[in-house]
Write a protein that binds this ligand. Structure first.
Ligand code: ZN
Length: 334
């Protein structure tokens, strides 16, 4: 009975734990998409998502496990190429991970970062039916089996990125201002210059990352840079998030490693990008081929649980920061 639950118990974050069978499921559909990954994983990314030609497929539900757990530390960094969010959790707390969907193993949260452009007519790396959106967020994960992001990035199935696209909304519609993005942007002036960071108040990742189980796009494509080539499993949310012109403008306050304004940091779609399979996983009952407006359901949208950290705590953690920052803040997108 709810009345019998102690205050301590009610403060425990409820975690949606996927069933054990989901972590190891290798049914025929999952095997099939893995075959496609082998065949197409080294083709270029990003791509245009042509909604009419996506291939519907049923896969086991995707789970964002432990994403609702409050962080121990949140750091926002300008790494000279993008704005990166790194997090740590209490030692006994599992790091949030993806499981189910196209995966046969866990993919652990590594970092998230953004891509934007010089105007609101550009910015996203992926386009949808030829349309480029003003902002794209990459939530980067590495396969837990490989232990670190750096080791995972050398494996063909090591990295999975969840993509959220943002559409422009009018500033006048105050309710439409994205509060999560605004929380990050409120601190952006303190990280104007490359290789600077600021610590934010704690919140669960669900404050920024909207979990989904079904109704997303899936394809396989590599990131090729001058320093590294690596394959990525791309999962693209069908729900488009909102952002205002003013919010996008704030991203352009950042400076790159050459101390030049970071005005556009998206990779354009290669001119000769190869066609490949783009799956629409478990399409919803909305039959029209389109992106969907972001409408966070009241019961699942977790508002931030802000938690002030003391200066003493900050000093204690400075040493561990060094290793964590070096290891996890690397952004492999230019
Ligand atoms: Zn990226």
């Amino acid at each position: 009975m709810a009345d019998d639950v102690s205050e301590e118990e009610t403060n425990v974050v409820q975690i949606q734990e996927p069933e054990e069978k989901d972590a190891g499921v290798t049914d025929e559909r999952v095997k099939f998409v893995q075959t496609v990954a082998l065949a197409e994983g080294e083709l270029d990314s990003p791509i245009n998502i042509n909604l009419t030609y996506t291939v519907p497929i049923d896969l086991p539900p995707l789970y964002f496990a432990h994403y609702e757990v409050l962080t121990k530390k949140v750091k926002l960094k300008n790494n000279g190429r993008t704005m990166v969010l790194n997090c740590t959790w209490q030692p006994k707390q599992p790091v949030p991970y993806l499981v189910g969907g196209p995966f046969t193993d866990r993919y652990e949260f590594s970092q998230l970062h953004f891509h934007w452009g010089n105007t609101c007519m550009e910015g996203s790396e992926h386009t949808v039916d030829g349309v480029q959106l003003p902002l794209e967020m990459h939530v980067v994960h590495f396969k837990t089996e490989y232990l670190t992001h750096e080791k995972a990035v050398k494996q063909p199935d090591g990295i999975a990125i969840v993509v959220y696209l943002f559409q422009l909304v009018l500033f006048q519609l105050h309710a439409e201002i994205n509060p999560a993005i605004q929380t990050l942007l409120d601190s952006i002036e303190t990280i104007e210059h490359a290789d600077t960071h600021v610590r934010l108040e704690n919140f669960p990742l669900t404050f920024i990352v909207e979990p989904f189980n079904v109704d997303y796009f899936l394809y396989f494509g590599a990131i090729h840079t001058s320093v590294l080539d690596h394959n990525v499993i791309w999962l693209i949310s069908r729900h488009v998030m909102n952002v205002t012109d003013d919010q996008i403008e704030h991203f352009r306050y950042l400076y790159d490693v050459f101390d030049e304004p970071m005005l556009r940091n998206f990779r354009p779609i290669p001119i000769d990008v190869a066609e490949r399979s783009v799956f629409h996983v478990c399409p919803s009952t909305v039959l029209i081929s389109t992106l969907l407006q972001h409408l966070p359901p009241e019961d699942t949208y977790i508002k931030p649980k802000l938690c002030k950290h003391s200066e003493e705590e900050e000093e204690e953690e400075e040493e561990e920061d060094g290793e964590e920052t070096t290891e996890q803040s690397i952004c492999y997108c230019p």
